[in-house]
Design a protein around this ligand. Structure first.
Ligand code: NAP
Length: 172
């Protein structure tokens, strides 16, 4: 299964402001890109903090998997085939869902870092927004991204404000 990381990052390396918000500083062009890419995949994985801050919109034919150490807390929210809660490592996740061709990795920072550390990310779509947040949730909580392992296959300017979208593929 191919795992594709998608993230919008501020100029100073954050994925959420100090209130956990994303839409307040990301561009409408990036928000459109995010909706478009989500519409092309049927499996997505995210951390519980991201889930708790996201709109709750189950979609038929799309399975969202939320990682949490306490899946029992979310028991009443499970929707068969659409919303699942698991306490599993990235490696266990990849093994459990190996029948899918691809999965979107929706974050947040702890989950991005865990999948990158496990060597399970094949591609990344990183939007760089010109906003400077000063504080918030870092893209990777414990390290900086080592781009030497990645090949940039496309870089697009999304608007006149300086938002860029780069598609990276892991060098094999
Ligand atoms: N800009 C962007 O592109 C973007 C994308 C996604 C999210 N965000 C933002 O990022 C913020 C959240 O990021 P975050 O780093 O604080 O948290 P997060 O990665 O969304 O979630 C962390 C939680 O996920 C669970 N978890 C992670 N790995 C696990 C594993 N291997 N097994 C079991 N559970 C696991 C734990 O949940 P429990 O505590 O329940 O055990 C952990 O506390 C939010 O503000 C969100 O809006 C931004």
């Amino acid at each position: 299964m191919k795992i594709i990381l998608v993230a919008a990052i501020s100029e100073d390396g954050f994925i959420a402001d100090s209130n956990g918000k994303v839409k307040t500083w990301t561009s409408k062009e990036d928000q459109k890109f995010f909706e478009d890419i989500k519409s092309r995949y049927t499996l997505m994985v995210m951390g519980s903090r991201t889930y708790n801050l996201s709109p709750k919109k189950p979609t038929a034919g799309v399975l969202r998997v939320v990682l949490t150490r306490e899946p029992e807390v979310y028991k009443s929210q499970v929707i068969e085939g659409q919303l699942a809660f698991h306490n599993m490592s990235p490696t266990a996740f990849a093994a459990a869902y190996k029948n899918y061709d691809a999965c979107l990795l929706l974050g947040g920072g702890l989950v991005y870092e865990a999948f990158l550390d496990a060597g399970l990310v094949d591609e990344m779509y990183l939007t760089k927004e010109p906003a400077i947040l000063g504080e918030g949730t870092p893209f990777l909580p414990n390290k900086s991204l080592n781009l030497s392992r990645w090949r940039s296959v496309s870089k697009k300017k999304l608007n006149e404000d300086g938002t860029t979208l780069t598609h990276y593929i892991l060098k094999k």
